[in-house]
Design a protein around this ligand. Structure first.
Ligand code: NAD
Length: 357
């Protein structure tokens, strides 16, 4: 067997700024296939550590480690807040998904996931296709989101959760659940954003849409009678809700002073550039739906999908994202904190309770 698991002893790892209370970090090197990967298991108090596998041509192993540590911790919080019986983990494969990927590479990854005996459960992430996951699944059962275990594309569930989250945010901010006549600026009309826009349109909202991909914008104009804005100006729209559904870090020192909406609630990951930006939103009286709370529908679908395609449980848990946000907002008022601080507290409290059980 050429493959080896190496324990990480180097102090540069233990001193790593993203290193916290991670339970296990596995460095994978497989000479036969050239696989180089890091699997980070952050926390298993609530259950096996579920988190996607990302394939990316990281310039240095340290950057790969950085991502694995940071993203696995994020999954612990996301899975906890979503009420799943799952911990947080993440795998990164150091490779260019367009050039270096092969069936053998994915199969080797699957064998290494299998070695972790179910403490880590893998799934798709950036650079990984459904076909890649089928190759992984030939060597381990500890994989979600394959044809056998999954409901397919998680985006519709993410979009459903974001829509429910926007509704809960509107109730909190305006005391009125109706979306009819409300204006929403949807930035990014990809798998999630377009479906969020559709649900908002069907609920009677007015849409202002933006995307760097012009055909998506044209489609939304035609289907929903949406108005348009340049992507860079999406946050400046005179709207009730700004829904970032494209890239992260869109909420920052430059954009926050320009936001006119009372609510920011969208699918994008890592919307706040820094923690201070969440406080800045609060100080401006803008209600922010913590990204990992509102966009959890996808991971819920991956976690709870059952062969046969019955998605009732998934939909129920995804719709409950609205209730979670309501609890976050109410508590944020009581504790005079920003919603993302409360989300973290709630996730941590569930983890601590699991430890004492
Ligand atoms: P996607 O790639 O299908 O769509 C992204 C869209 O944003 C594309 O249409 C792209 O052209 C557009 N875009 C890119 N840069 C832009 C810019 N600067 N301004 C405006 N538009 C821009 O991705 P997706 O699956 O719809 O995911 C959207 C966001 O939601 C991402 O941040 C993703 O990480 C997050 N997210 C997605 C899921 C999911 O289930 N797909 C789950 C959780 C979080």
């Amino acid at each position: 067997m050429n493959a080896i698991h190496k324990a990480v002893h180097h102090t540069a790892v233990f001193d790593h700024p993203e290193m916290e209370d991670h339970e296990n970090i596995v460095i994978v090197q497989d000479a036969n296939t050239g696989l180089k990967a890091i699997i980070a298991v952050h926390d298993t108090r609530l259950g096996p550590a579920l988190g996607g596998c990302r394939i990316w041509p990281y310039p240095t192993p340290s950057e790969a480690l950085n991502d694995a540590l940071r993203l696995s911790r994020g999954m612990t919080y996301k899975n906890s807040l979503a009420g799943l019986e799952l911990g947080g983990g993440k795998a990164v494969i150091i490779a260019d998904p367009r050039k270096d990927k092969s069936e053998a590479l994915m199969e080797a990854f699957g064998r290494h996931v299998e070695r972790l005996s179910g403490t880590y459960i893998t799934a798709e992430d950036v650079g990984v296709s459904p076909e890649d996951m089928e190759a992984v699944a030939r060597h381990t059962d500890h994989v979600r989101g394959t044809q056998a275990t999954g409901l397919g594309d998680p985006s519709p569930y993410t979009a459903l959760g974001v829509f429910e989250g926007i509704k809960a945010s509107v109730v909190h901010a305006f005391g009125d659940p109706s979306l009819s006549g409300r204006t929403v600026s949807v930035q990014g009309l990809g798998h999630v954003g377009f479906d969020v826009a559709r649900q908002l349109h069907e609920a009677g909202a007015n849409l202002v849409v933006s995307d760097i991909h012009k055909p998506a914008v044209e489609k939304a104009v035609e289907a929903f009678g949406a108005k348009t804005v340049e992507p860079a100006d999406a946050h400046k729209v005179e709207a009730d809700v700004f829904a970032p559904c494209a890239l992260g870090a869109g909420l920052n020192a430059r954009t926050i002073p320009e936001i006119k909406a009372r609510i920011v609630a969208g699918a994008a990951n890592n919307q706040l550039q820094t923690p201070a930006d969440g406080v800045a939103l609060k100080n401006r009286g803008i209600l922010y739906a913590p990204d990992y709370a509102i966009n959890a529908g996808g991971v819920i679908s991956i976690a709870l999908a059952k062969p046969g395609g019955n998605d009732q449980e998934v939909r129920k848990k995804t719709i409950a994202i609205g209730d979670t946000l309501t609890r976050i907002y109410d508590r944020a008022v009581r504790e005079n904190a920003a919603p993302e601080q409360i989300a973290d507290r709630m996730a941590e409290e569930r983890l601590s309770a699991a430890r004492s059980n």
